[in-house]
Design a protein around this ligand. Structure first.
Ligand code: ARG
Ligand code: ZN
Length: 468
């Protein structure tokens, strides 16, 4: 993000660095494979061994959530449509805290157990490989956000004075719903969020019908009909002022601000509209059915690119950060990473987008921005930290953003503007609504340019010192 970075732990120089050609696109299987019939407790991201789960693929989450700010109590029923990738006598979901009341599969009661953030579900009879199934989890309790003092700050479902601020990158979706909580398993979402009358609940996608009120509580329905990574799901709720319409280019646009940010409502709406339209020209057609932004009165110290509704945590966003979060709609949200170490594919691209916005608006050319950063002293921490291997405890290191952005500028100079911008559009088109990896990006850049770019990417992404 372009607003504030967390100071990372001091970077340690990598002594043996993988050449980028040796990193293949596949997610490694978990180191100790579980016995047959048992879904793995992790999806196979070796840096985050327990994130996500193996053995099935989620197609859709239907989340019915009731929340009461006064008591911080959440009641939820999650109905998850999934498909078994193998025969399953048991499988896991990720869920942190909260009490599970009942689990059923295709309407039949299932047994379950909890251990750490793993919820293990045992169907009455094993699921056949390839079978579609519906798992329903009824749960409740007080969501507890996750806290990480070194790098991530507070994230997940975060109670606020008037409601909740919900920003879940990297793995905080499990603080408010049972999930296959890893970006490698994307799914569509339906939300039904019930809150005390007078409050507004904001989720991804578009409203599916008008809010309905009864017994002093209002239910908001939202639907995200394009695949979404779990960390991009939100149910941010509280006092909000809304402005709704379309961008000048005709894309539905929703801006919402906590009343404390009343003075930014108009500019958030207009700037988000203008930038969404501009990125649609540069990166390819806007991938989703609406755009917008939400400013909540919670000092998160960061923003998050929640799909269709970037969330700004307790500050008036400027054009740079709006350009950044909206660029993520293409890079991160539509084209998602398959493993966290490739995070520069999100953050380097969104940072470069900020520089493109400055160039477009006459503030500074991308070349000048690149040079300014390249002139940082040799002992600057971005040179020691290879951005192509974002580390689990230091994912959002500044190098992943700034040196990641510089990587794209170095590439642009090497292959020329025409090929570079064609590459960006081809990338967003080829991996639309899917997942991708760094080796796939390098391969596409080489194919479109007809050049061997291994040395360039190796120097920029994988070496612990400043590229020439
Ligand atoms: N992806 C966000 C951005 O670059 C940053 C999210 C940081 N997450 C966190 N838990 N601090 O805009
Ligand atoms: Zn970002």
């Amino acid at each position: 993000m372009g607003f504030k970075r967390y100071a990372g732990v001091p970077a340690i120089a990598l002594l043996s660095v993988l050449a980028c050609s040796s990193t293949n696109g596949a997610v490694a299987p978990p180191t100790s494979a579980p016995p047959s019939g048992v879904g793995a407790p992790g999806i196979g991201d070796t840096d985050f061994p327990l994130d996500g789960n193996g053995g099935y693929d989620v197609a859709h989450y239907d989340l019915a959530i009731g929340y009461t700010p006064a008591t911080k109590h959440l009641d939820g029923v999650a109905t998850i449509d999934a498909k078994a990738a193998e025969r399953l006598s048991r499988f896991n979901l990720d869920l942190a805290g909260l009490k599970v009341r009942a689990v059923s599969i295709d309407g039949a009661a299932a047994t379950f157990s909890r251990r750490g953030d793993e919820l293990t579900v045992v169907p009455a009879r094993p699921l056949a490989q390839g079978a579609g199934f519906k798992v329903k989890v009824a749960y409740s309790g007080r969501p507890q956000p996750l806290k990480d003092s070194s790098n991530l700050g507070t994230f997940g479902f975060i109670p606020t004075a008037d409601g909740a601020f919900v920003a879940c990158e990297p793995n905080g979706a499990k603080t408010w719903f049972p999930a296959n909580d890893h970006p490698a398993d994307k799914a569509t979402f339906d939300f039904r969020i019930t809150v005390p009358k007078g409050l507004t609940a904001l989720a991804n996608g578009e409203m599916a019908g008008k809010p309905t009120t009864s017994g002093g509580r209002t239910t908001f329905r939202w639907r995200e009909s394009h695949p979404m990574a779990t960390y991009l799901a939100t149910a941010t709720l509280g006092d909000f002022e809304l402005r709704e319409g379309t961008t000048p280019g005709g894309i539905p646009n929703v801006a919402a601000v906590d009343p404390a940010y009343h003075s930014s409502l108009d500019s958030l709406y207009k700037t988000s509209g203008r930038i969404t339209d501009y990125w649609s020209k540069i990166f390819g057609p806007y991938p989703f059915s609406s755009t917008g932004g939400v400013i909540d009165n919670f000092a998160a110290g960061y923003a998050l690119e929640n799909q269709t509704k970037p969330l700004y945590g307790g500050f008036h966003p400027d054009e740079s950060i709006i350009a950044h979060e909206l660029a993520h709609q293409w890079f991160g949200d539509s084209v998602s990473i398959r493993r966290w170490r490739d995070l520069w594919l999100n953050e380097g691209f969104a940072t470069y987008a900020e520089w493109l916005w400055w160039e477009h608006t006459g503030r500074s050319t991308t070349e000048a921005t690149f040079r300014r950063n390249h002139a940082r002293p040799a002992n600057d921490r971005i040179w020691k930290y290879p951005p192509g291997e974002a580390r689990p405890r230091d994912l959002f290191n500044e190098s992943v953003y700034t040196r990641g952005g510089m990587t794209l500028h170095a590439l642009r100079k090497e292959i020329g503007d025409e090929t570079f911008f064609k590459l960006l559009k081809t990338w967003t088109e080829q991996h639309k609504y899917g997942n991708a990896t760094t080796p796939e990006f390098i391969a596409l850049a080489q194919r479109l340019s007809g050049k061997d770019l291994q040395a360039l990417f190796d120097a920029w992404l994988f070496q612990p010192h400043r590229p020439a």
